[in-house]
Design a protein around this ligand. Structure first.
Ligand code: NAD
Ligand code: TYD
Length: 353
């Protein structure tokens, strides 16, 4: 892996991955970050690498075929790691269409370019031979599996059964990636990770939103009864897992990523209040999210036993560091908590919180 296209590298996980890869793999020749800089993209996440000679930023849309073609022709990528997406479930309930165009069509544009530029005989529709060492990795989510009851875990064999427009768009993209492997032999992997937390997460997602509100002594809006369960993983553990799949994954395989760390939402909210020394009276139960998935939990047996990946962070250490990061970077938070975000916040929570 020498020349790599990362999409969505200005977002939460993508920016952590860009920094992680350049630090962990000094032999990387070039990393091109293609990002449209939507409300969720923030170049402040990448200040540490902006002067690295191996790093190039391109502002552009993954749905722009001409641009994607031109980038493949110019840089001759051997690896694609596709993070770019509309990623927030609540936004997908309000505005589903952009989730389908970005998450599904955007993925297909990237797959087409990879197929055309990597195939040894591009004009032969039956040819399944590709340049040596090329790999396309689709960053997907455990949400494609739908919701679990009180017991059980998502394995790679769990039927795809998405419940939100967001997870439906991610599941659709996964199916297209699978089809490009089955039909054209494109060397792909799909990773399905559980909920991430860590530095640089946009404060519309549970942990940074609650942190921000607690810090400012604002109400903490907990959906429904707060007993929904997510399986939390530190973003750096996710980045390490993606690198492991790129280097050791078997083409065509799906790998679930998770750290056996199930927590109820209300437990996380209480932990944040405790760490910030704020009263529980800030907790405000608000109307539940429509179609709210009750529980997610990952069986990580495949990636741990077959590829040797394991999470490095404990939840206690990871949350402590994450909270400290947000406290140490008030400017980062202030910059993103403005403009579009404020309009969105008012639409989402109205007078409730
Ligand atoms: P994010 O919303 O923080 O970042 C998304 C990035 O994609 C932004 O920088 C945005 O500008 C960019 N983008 C959006 N539309 C684009 C377009 N049309 N063209 C180019 N760039 C575009 O998302 P995230 O939380 O970092 O998630 C990254 C990926 O990981 C997503 O595919 C998501 O589905 C997946 N994922 C996220 C989690 C999680 O807990 N956050 C868990 C599992 C999987
Ligand atoms: P979120 O961070 O949006 O991730 P996802 O929906 O992709 O799992 O939400 C995590 C959990 O927290 C989910 O069960 C919804 C809940 N939640 C709240 O209770 N209040 C909030 O304000 C938000 C944003 C989320």
């Amino acid at each position: 892996m020498k020349t790599i296209l990362v999409t969505g590298g200005a977002g939460f996980i993508g920016s952590n991955f860009v920094k992680y890869l350049l630090a962990e793999r000094p032999e990387t020749e070039l990393l091109v970050n293609l990002d449209a800089l939507t409300y969720a993209g923030n170049l402040e996440n990448l200040l540490e690498v902006q002067n690295d000679p191996r790093y190039v930023f391109v502002r552009g849309d993954i749905r722009d075929r001409a641009l994607v073609e031109e980038l493949f022709a110019r840089y001759r990528f051997d690896t694609v790691v596709h993070f770019a997406a509309e990623s927030h479930v609540d936004r997908s309930i309000v505005e589903p269409e952009i989730f389908l165009t970005t998450n599904v069509i955007g993925t297909q544009v990237l797959l087409d370019a990879a197929k055309r530029h990597w195939k040894l005989e591009p004009d032969n529709k039956y040819s399944r031979e590709y340049r040596e060492g090329v790999r396309y990795l689709q960053v997907s989510t455990d949400e494609v599996y739908g919701a679990l009851g009180k017991t059980g875990l998502f394995t790679e064999q769990t039927p795809i059964s998405p419940n939100s427009p967001y997870s439906a768009s991610k599941a659709s993209a996964d199916m297209v990636v699978r089809a490009y492997h089955q039909t054209f032999g494109l060397p792909v992997n799909i990773t399905r990770c559980s909920n991430n937390y860590g530095p640089n997460q946009f404060p519309e997602k549970l942990i940074p939103l609650m942190l921000h509100n607690a810090r400012n002594r604002k109400a903490l809006p907990v959906y429904g009864d707060g007993m929904q369960i997510r399986d939390w993983l530190h973003v750096k553990d996710h980045c390490a897992a993606i690198l492991t799949v790129l280097e050791k994954g078997v083409p065509g395989e799906v790998y679930n990523i998770g750290g056996n760390n199930e927590r109820a939402n209300i437990e996380i909210v209480r932990l944040i209040l405790q760490e910030l020394d704020r009263p529980e009276s800030l907790i405000t139960y608000v109307q539940d999210r429509p179609g709210h998935d009750r529980r997610y939990a990952i069986d990580n047996t495949k990636i741990t036993t077959q590829l040797g990946w394991a999470p490095a962070y404990t939840f206690q250490q990871g949350m402590h560091e994450t909270i400290q990061w947000y406290l140490d970077h008030p400017q980062w938070v202030e910059h993103v908590v403005s403009g579009d975000y404020l309009d969105y916040y008012a639409r989402m929570y109205g007078h409730q919180a």
